[in-house]
Design a protein around this ligand. Structure first.
Ligand code: SAH
Length: 207
């Protein structure tokens, strides 16, 4: 998976490739799909949600650029796989999940994988998680119409944020670097994510 889907497509950050080699993706995939755990695609995890495609996990991690001392905030824990990868690359991860059963799934997957520095919390991640702010990096793993403003407030100066922004069907990966009052934005291609549902995301009744 790492050689053919990730390194071959130009991700060459050694720490990220090592982290992807260390975390067994099949531990994060439910039984009926386990045989497909190392294939080049997202897979269902229940309640209409998905574990992201391995390449997208690697690419978003590269954009986020987590450092060993960093505390990272993830919005959308899902299976816990993306958080596990970031957990190996930073000191601490807080990941917010809207659906309590999915949060429980993420906790149990992370435990099986032996990851102890990721905390899974239940809530509306469009509000961020103010308790531990500011974060050195924020990664949003569900699709939003625009960046939820609380996340900008909770990003440290010099911090990075990565999010899929756009419409319901297709989004663009956007990276933001906070420089004082100024936000530097770069664009990194088309992706498809499940919707970010909440106060500063999509409204559930409109889906
Ligand atoms: N990062 C995950 C994939 C996430 S799928 C992985 O590695 O497996 C997107 C997740 O975002 C879903 O679990 C969905 O329930 C969650 N989500 C959607 N809206 C949310 C919100 N407002 N706050 C927190 N989680 C949300």
């Amino acid at each position: 998976m790492v050689e053919m889907q990730i390194a071959a497509r130009g991700i060459n950050n050694f720490r990220i490739l090592q982290a992807m080699r260390k975390i067994p993706r099949h531990l994060f995939v439910p039984e009926p799909y386990r045989k497909a755990a190392y294939e080049d695609r997202p897979l269902p995890i229940g309640e209409g949600q998905t574990i992201s495609q391995p390449y997208i996990v690697a690419f978003m991690t590269e954009l986020l650029d987590p450092q060993p001392e960093d505390h990272i905030l993830e919005i959308g824990a899902g299976s816990g796989y993306q958080a596990a990868i970031i957990g190996l690359l930073s000191s601490r991860v807080t990941t917010v999940e809207r659906l309590p059963n999915i949060a429980e799934l993420a906790r149990s997957n992370l435990k099986k994988a032996g990851i102890a520095n990721v905390e899974v919390v239940v809530g509306d991640g469009t509000l961020g998680w103010p308790d531990h702010a500011p974060y050195h990096g924020i990664i949003v793993t569900a699709a939003a119409p625009d960046i939820p403003s609380p996340l900008i407030d909770q990003l440290a100066d010099g911090g990075r944020m990565v999010a899929p922004l756009g419409g319901r069907g297709l989004q663009e990966l956007v990276k933001i670097v906070k420089r004082g009052a100024y936000l530097e934005r770069t664009y990194h291609g088309g992706v498809m994510f499940v919707p970010l549902i909440g106060r500063y995301g999509w409204r559930e009744e409109m889906l």
